[in-house]
Design a protein around this ligand. Structure first.
Ligand code: CP
Ligand code: NVA
Length: 318
């Protein structure tokens, strides 16, 4: 146990004090080690007490899983969180990020930020002297991808060579799944309606980060996309901030619904994942979400374990 912990520590301490604003901020070795640590924390094989550290939460969008899992993770590490909701801070009255970030760096030990633009997050990271964590932007959701791949690793015992088909909008969740999956050896196929494919720069970035023979591909036909799938993943058709496009998207995405018909094309034991919250009857049917193949609540639980591991590393707890 002691030598196992030492091995993990030597791989992860290089990430101490680092930002996590994109899935590509961790390399594959660090991610696999982080998963080891998350599993130790999950089964109670390891306890880490950071001692009174404080994580600031700046959330410009709604959240259940991300907010609460960060709060519980900090509590389990012996620390706490402070809510820095823009409506109750001077941020809401226009105080610039460069001032806010420098002030909060004097009070907090890390910041988890959920906002719209990745540029804004990068500005926080630039001015902060403490680690900044992406709690979701329009471009990426890297903490989600960590929990997703930890869940897949638990289900299959490996990640290398696993075929994941993401059906739906080429959004933040799809982007982080591609980048993180490429580094971990997962074959990630993203299947979206024409015009709703993932950002081409992200696709190229993911391809350039491919390891262990991982293949990253884009397509438009859901029934072809799920043929060899071991994992089918979906997310909402209209993300936060796109509410006014919801009705229009419902028509465009109708063929991209994860239902029993689509699931039957895939492997019998296919694992169904969804980052949640789900819009039942839209991107996924009630039947599919509640089926034996669905592991969405194990997936949601892993947000806690993987973020606890991430915070322990970033805050120098190893
Ligand atoms: N999956 C996820 O990030 O959920 P929340 O929006 O509830 O945080
Ligand atoms: N793509 C979704 C994910 C929610 C967790 C959104 O950005 O709203």
């Amino acid at each position: 146990m002691a030598s196992r912990s030492l091995g993990l520590a030597s791989k992860l301490t290089s990430f101490s004090k680092n930002n996590f604003i994109s899935s590509s901020d961790l390399n594959s070795d660090q991610i696999f080690s982080l998963f080891e640590l998350a599993k130790q924390l999950k089964i109670g094989d390891r306890r880490i007490d950071l001692g009174n550290r404080v994580l600031g939460l700046i959330f410009k969008k709604a959240s259940t899983r991300t907010r609460v899992s960060f709060q519980v993770a900090m509590a389990r590490l012996g620390g706490q969180t402070v809510d820095l909701n823009p409506q109750i801070t001077q941020l809401g009255r226009g105080e610039p990020i460069k001032d806010t970030a420098r002030v909060l760096s004097r009070y907090c030990d890390a910041l988890a930020i959920r906002t719209f633009s990745q540029k804004e997050l990068e500005e926080y990271a630039y001015w902060s002297t403490i680690p900044v964590i992406n709690a979701l932007t329009d471009l990426e959701h890297p903490c989600q991808a960590l929990a997703d791949y930890l869940t897949i690793q638990e289900k299959f015992g490996t990640l290398k060579g696993i075929n994941l088909s993401y059906i739906g909008d080429g959004n933040n969740v799809a982007h982080s799944l591609m980048i993180c999956g490429a580094m971990l050896g997962v074959n990630v196929k993203v299947c979206s309606p024409t015009g709703f494919e993932p950002d081409s720069q992200i696709v190229n970035k993911a391809k350039s980060l491919s390891e262990f023979g991982s293949k990253i591909s884009i397509c438009n036909d859901p029934s072809k996309a799920v043929k060899e799938a071991q994992v089918i993943y979906t997310d909402v058709w209209a993300s936060m901030g796109q509410e006014e496009e919801h009705l229009n998207r419902k028509e465009i995405f109708e063929k991209y619904k994860v239902d029993q018909k689509l699931i039957r094309i895939a492997n019998e034991d296919v694992v169904i994942l969804h980052c949640l919250p789900a819009h039942r009857g839209e991107e996924i049917t009630e039947e599919a979400l509640e089926s034996q193949n669905s592991h969405v609540f194990d997936q949601a639980e892993n947000r806690l374990h993987v973020q606890q591991a991430l915070l322990a590393v970033q805050l120098g707890g190893l």
